[in-house]
Design a protein around this ligand. Structure first.
Ligand SMILES: C[S@@+](CC[C@H](N)C(=O)[O-])C[C@H]1O[C@@H](n2cnc3c(N)ncnc32)[C@H](O)[C@@H]1O
Length: 294
């Protein structure tokens, strides 16, 4: 016997959105829709076309479970296990930062630079997390030789899985370790060094939104006292590992554009320091080139 219908799609969405709103979720309607799509295995179109469709008890229960996780501030991407970045679908778990749309500026910056380099183009990403940046770059550029590192072994597992998911399993060299330790010995080797470092000042972590503070890995967020500890180390290692004319491209917090530019300018082996802004005019990526012959 078919389980008795409890409520229809529209009612379930309304009830879940009200629950999420009460829990302080910023986008209750949207989140309710995404979670119902996930629990039914439906597209958005399915959802909009079938508001009257009755849900079976087991479906209502599955949906309730996902909504309860969101009520506890678990990010939607961890609940559904996926996040879109660069129009690709990435698996995400609480071991990796959820890739942000702002980080697509970092990918764009590198892709615009590549044509200026001849021959194979060696790219090193430090702190790859889900692998979103490394995978997007490998997908876009057939001649890129991509290396990606992270200090977190579970993060690298997720990254490898994402590369395989997009048919790039053999295109990226994954290395685990602290910053440049995994590529020690490859001095003057890379054409591009790219990173979205942990850049939140330690003292600001406690004030972050619950979803971020309680769920995303501290290792991916905490940039030390002034948020620039990782960045300083990136610059020092960067000049050693870049080829002449190679580019360093680093994502920055909205308040950090001037400080990171200053850091790059103070390094005598870097020049052509530039800042890329996002659509809201905020600094997002700071770049510099390795000078030849110094
Ligand atoms: C802000 S997340 C960026 C993740 C991913 N690249 C993205 O843009 O979504 C920073 C990453 O750096 C890694 N990380 C933190 N400290 C590190 C270290 N000392 N050496 C290498 N990676 C580190 C973290 O594990 C995390 O995956």
């Amino acid at each position: 016997m078919e389980p008795q219908a409890t409520e229809n799609v529209a009612d379930a969405l309304r009830r879940a959105a009200a629950r999420l709103k009460q829990a302080g979720v910023g986008t209750p309607k949207l989140d309710a829709e995404v979670l119902l799509m996930k629990s039914l295995g439906w597209s958005r179109e399915d959802l909009y076309r079938n508001p009257e469709r009755a849900l079976r008890d087991v479906q209502t229960q599955g949906f309730e479970e996902l909504v309860s996780r969101r009520v506890r501030a678990e990010p939607v991407a961890y609940v559904t296990g996926s996040q879109e970045f660069w129009s690709l679908d990435f698996r995400v778990t609480p071991d990796v930062l959820i890739p942000r749309p702002e980080t697509e500026h970092l990918v764009e910056t590198v892709l615009e630079f590549l044509p200026s380099r001849r021959g194979p183009c060696r790219i090193l990403e430090i702190g790859t997390g889900s692998g979103a940046v490394a995978v997007s770059l490998a997908k876009e550029s057939a001649r890129a030789e991509v290396w990606a590192t992270d200090v977190s072994a579970p993060a690298l597992e997720v990254a490898r899985e994402n590369a395989a998911r997009h048919g790039l399993g053999d295109r990226i060299r994954w290395r685990r370790g602290d910053l440049f330790a995994p590529v020690r010995g490859l001095s003057g080797w890379f054409d591009v060094l790219v990173s979205n470092p942990p850049y939140v000042p330690s003292g600001e972590i406690a004030g972050l939104q619950r979803d971020v503070r309680d769920w995303e890995p501290a290792l991916a967020l905490d940039g030390g006292g002034d948020g620039m500890g990782f960045c300083r180390r990136l610059v020092r290692g960067g000049v050693r590992h870049l080829r002449a004319g190679g580019m360093l491209a680093v994502e920055v917090g909205a308040e950090q554009g001037a400080d990171v530019s200053g850091l790059f300018q103070a390094q005598e082996k870097l020049h052509r320091v530039g800042v890329r802004r996002d659509y809201a005019g905020l600094p997002r990526v700071v770049t510099a080139e390795r000078m030849p012959g110094v």
